[in-house]
Design a protein. Structure first.
Lengths: 638, 228
């Protein structure tokens, strides 16, 4: 309040004394002070209002003290608080210091450790390098082992855990690998590792040797098994490089199968099929052709299976010719049936020899042809071998037996050839012999090349027969003999001409026929001429004296008599022919004879006619004497 | 016997052997000359028609592997000459045939008329289990037909034969004839009427042991229970 009063007084002064007065300026300043805007002042006042509650004098007087007291209190409080702070800061300082110390310590220790481990690190690094190097070496070594060595399992596969361990597909894979390794050693050699290369090669050789040895033993076993493993094919391909072992296996195969084949053959011979159907082949032994045929057919039918088995066996062999090897193997296997086959067939051939009856050459020939047929057929399968040779021998033997049987039979018949009968027909012996020939030649049905035999067969039959016929005809008169021979030759000729390939013999027989025909024709012409009375004229008209009419034999009366007889002959030409010519069996021969006779007569007539009609010969009435013109006679005769 | 047979059979089946089939069946083809036996065989083995087929000399041979009920079977077929002159040879090939294909020519009645004599031969010379199949060949020449299907069918039924008309030229029914025969044989094996152990049953387990015989040969199967 007081202050406010003073201020108002002061204002007045200021205004008056202008601004020069510092007091006024001060006052002005105070007046201009905006207390509400001064925050400090406001705060101070607020604070003041908290303890200055009573505006009393006393309190006013004490205010200063009060304020100071309060100020001291605050300061004390501050000091107190600051002390705490100081203490705290001190603590912090202490801790930081100790930390620092520790850090320094640690740093020192680290430093020490670092210096200590440097050596270690160095060592580690070098070790690591070494390890890398070793790892690489290991890789190389592993690669080497893989390329040039067998694993223990592989070795076990090759060598087999036991003696009887079976061969598996892996075996061949490993075997193949040993081969590859052996081939690969050349790279080792090229790269200068001679010693290693040789060692590897040696190892592989040992391994392969053991493997092949084992494979060989296994194959031997498989050969004996009724159902060989499919691996046998591979095994044989592998064994090729050891020809000795290969051949031993093939030999074993052949031996085992030989046994089976011959057992099967004997079973078929003696036991037949299930329950006896088909019947055992030996039951057919009474029918030699059937017996021999059945045996050979059985063998023939067994061969394709053998061939196929052998083909499968050699399928993968590349060093040999599988075709040839197969043929040889089949030939080898088929050897086993040779003995039983040979004894039985030989027995058939020989037994048959003793058998009576006319059939035996035919039967032998049939058997011989069967043997030839199967010889050719089986030769196509095995291309030689003992079986083929056996069949060939048996064929030769049977053929020889056949020829000798044929010869003996023909000679038997020929020696006892019946004398010709009155009809002059071929005797039954001739017919039988020719029937035999036909039967023999038609028996060769199955052999296409049988015609080659015909020449020999025909010679065997025909030559003795012709001799026998000629001999038997020797007791006859000329005409009878000629007729008989012609009849026989006619039959011979017609039989042979059916055989086509008997040209030479046919020519020979034709020659005989011609000769006999000539003989017969001459006889006939003579006979006719005699009976016509022209026979005596004939020599004269060939060389006529002049005049002919004066010659006693050609006297007109004789000529007339001839003419009369000729007329009779023309009316019935058969009447004057030789009676024996009617016995000729061949109409062709009879016709030939007739023609020749007619020709001879006609020529005689025409000669006589010319002479009679020739005035030189002084026949009085030639036209009445020989009224017919030669051409008429000729046409009438023929 | 039956039991033993089965056992053996099983054993055989277990081991595959070096051959890619389980059985061999032996066939024979019979019939008059010129009915097309060789052409049928050629059509079956080569799947081709042989136009100018020469006459067979004696016996010829062909094979083919077929499959019946999942089993590989090798057919070993013996084609015989029809000409009379070879009869002495061809007769020996009947024995041990598992199947006989009897062929006639539908355009030539005479070939059909001779069937009964062929059948007699087949019955006499084969074993009772042999499956006989009648084939009327040249079915492509229907215009020149001389034997009706029905009468041949009747003949087949009367004689218990299987029958089909086929053409070696077109190949029609050729496969069927060979396959049906094989099926029938296989069936006979399955029901045990065909004794595999016996020699010359016409069936082999692969060509290992030709005609191996088991000594216990009994089961006399009569003709009735193997009727084809």
């Amino acid at each position: 309040m007081v202050l406010g009063r003073k201020t108002s007084a002061g204002e007045n002064v200021t205004t008056e004394k202008h601004q020069n007065n510092p007091l006024s300026r001060k006052i002005n300043k105070i007046l201009e002070t905006r207390l509400e805007n001064d925050k400090d002042t406001v705060d101070a006042l607020k604070e003041l209002s908290t303890f200055f509650t009573d505006n009393t004098l006393r309190s006013r007087r004490n205010l200063r003290g009060e304020i100071e007291k309060r100020s001291v209190g605050i300061s004390e409080e501050f000091v107190c608080a600051l002390r705490d702070v100081t203490e705290a800061v001190d603590d912090i300082y202490k801790e930081v210091s100790s930390m620092n110390e520790m850090c320094v310590d640690m740093k020192q220790r680290l430093q020490a450790t670092k210096s200590e481990t440097r050596h270690l690190i160095h060592q580690t690094t070098s070790l690591q390098n070494q390890s890398n190097k070793l790892r690489m070496q290991e890789d190389v070594a592993e690669a080497f082992v893989q390329t040039f060595q067998l694993t223990s399992e592989e070795v076990a596969i090759i060598k087999g855990s036991t003696r009887e361990a079976p061969i598996t597909q892996e075996f061949f894979t490993v075997l193949e690998k040993t081969m590859k390794i052996r081939n690969n050693t050349k790279y080792l050699l090229q790269s200068g590792h001679q010693k290693t290369a040789l060692e590897v090669m040696e190892q592989m050789n040992v391994c392969r040797e053991a493997g092949l040895e084992r494979l060989y033993r296994w194959c031997q076993g498989q050969c004996r098994a009724s159902d060989p493993s499919p691996l046998v094919t591979e095994a044989l391909a592998a064994l090729q490089e050891r020809p000795v072992l290969f051949n031993l296996v093939v030999e074993e195969w052949v031996v085992v199968r030989r046994g089976w084949l011959v057992r099967g053959f004997l079973d078929a011979l003696t036991m037949g099929g299930p329950g006896g159907a088909p019947r055992p082949i030996e039951l057919q032994a009474h029918d030699p052709q059937r017996y021999v045929g059945d045996m050979l057919a059985w063998v023939h039918q067994a061969l394709p299976s053998e061939r196929e088995a052998a083909q499968a066996l050699f399928d993968k062999c590349s060093n040999i010719d599988p075709g040839e090897q197969t043929r040889n193997t089949v030939a080898g296997i088929s050897e086993s049936v040779c003995r039983p086959l040979r004894t039985r067939i030989e027995q058939m051939i020989v037994t048959d020899q003793r058998r009576e009856g006319g059939k035996k050459p035919v039967l032998l020939y049939k058997i011989s042809n069967l043997l030839r047929f199967y010889h050719n057929t089986i030769k196509q399968v095995t291309d030689g071998g003992l079986l083929v040779a056996t069949l060939d021998e048996l064929h030769q033997l049977s053929y020889k037996m056949f020829i000798s049987a044929l010869q003996s039979q023909v000679s038997q018949v020929s020696e006892r050839l019946e004398p010709p009968g009155e009809v002059l027909a071929p005797t039954p012996g001739v017919a039988r012999t020719l029937a035999l020939l036909t039967e023999v030649t038609t028996a060769a049905t199955i052999a296409d090349d049988a015609r080659h035999d015909y020449k020999q067969i025909v010679s065997c039959v025909v030559d003795p027969l012709v001799n026998a016929i000629n001999e038997s005809a020797s007791g006859l008169g000329a005409i009878e003999s000629a007729v008989y021979l012609l009849n026989c030759f006619h039959q011979l000729h017609s039989t042979l001409s059916l055989l086509h390939t008997t040209g030479e013999k046919l020519e020979m027989i034709q020659g005989q026929i011609d000769a006999q025909l000539d003989t017969l024709a001459e006889e006939q012409i003579n006979a006719v001429c005699h009976s016509l009375g022209v026979a005596s004229m004939y020599p004269i008209i060939n060389n006529p004296p002049t005049p002919l009419s004066q010659h006693p034999t050609c006297h007109p009366i004789a000529v007339q008599a001839f003419m009369t007889k000729l007329d009779g002959f023309l009316a019935a030409p058969d009447h004057l022919l030789l009676p024996h010519t009617r016995l000729l069996l061949s109409p062709a021969f009879r016709r030939t004879l007739q023609q020749r006779t007619a020709q001879a007569l006609a020529s005689v007539y025409s000669q006589l006619y010319a002479l009679v009609h020739d005035p030189v010969h002084a026949y009085t009435d030639p036209a009445t004497l020989l009224p017919r013109h030669p051409s008429t006679v000729d046409s009438l005769l023929t | 016997m039956r039991h033993e047979c089965r056992l053996l059979y099983f054993w055989f089946k277990m081991s595959a052997g070096p051959y890619n089939y389980s059985y061999i069946f032996k066939y024979i083809i019979i019939g008059d000359m010129g009915v097309g036996k060789s052409c049928l065989l050629h059509q079956f083995t080569e799947k081709k028609f042989m136009a100018d087929c020469p006459h067979t000399i004696g016996v010829e041979f062909g094979t083919r592997i077929i499959e019946v009920a999942g089993q590989k079977i090798k057919l070993q077929i013996w084609d015989t000459a029809g000409q009379e002159r070879f009869r002495a040879v061809t007769r020996s090939y009947y024995r041990g045939a598992a199947g006989a294909l009897m062929v006639y020519d539908i355009t030539r009645r005479s070939t059909y008329n001779h069937l009964s004599s062929w059948l007699t031969d087949a019955r006499n010379l084969t074993n009772p289990n042999t499956v006989i199949f009648l084939i009327g060949n040249k079915a492509d020449l229907d215009a020149q037909r001389d034997v009706t299907y029905d009468e041949a069918k009747q003949f087949a039924e009367e004689n218990g034969l299987m029958f089909v008309e086929a053409s070696a030229k077109t190949g029609e029914n050729v496969e069927e004839a060979f396959l049906e025969t094989a099926k029938k044989i296989y069936q006979n094996i399955q029901d045990g009427s065909l004794d595999l152990n016996a020699a010359e049953s016409g069936v082999q387990h692969k060509p290992t042991q030709p005609g191996r015989t088991n000594l216990s040969n009994d089961s006399q199967t009569n003709r009735d229970n193997c009727s084809c």
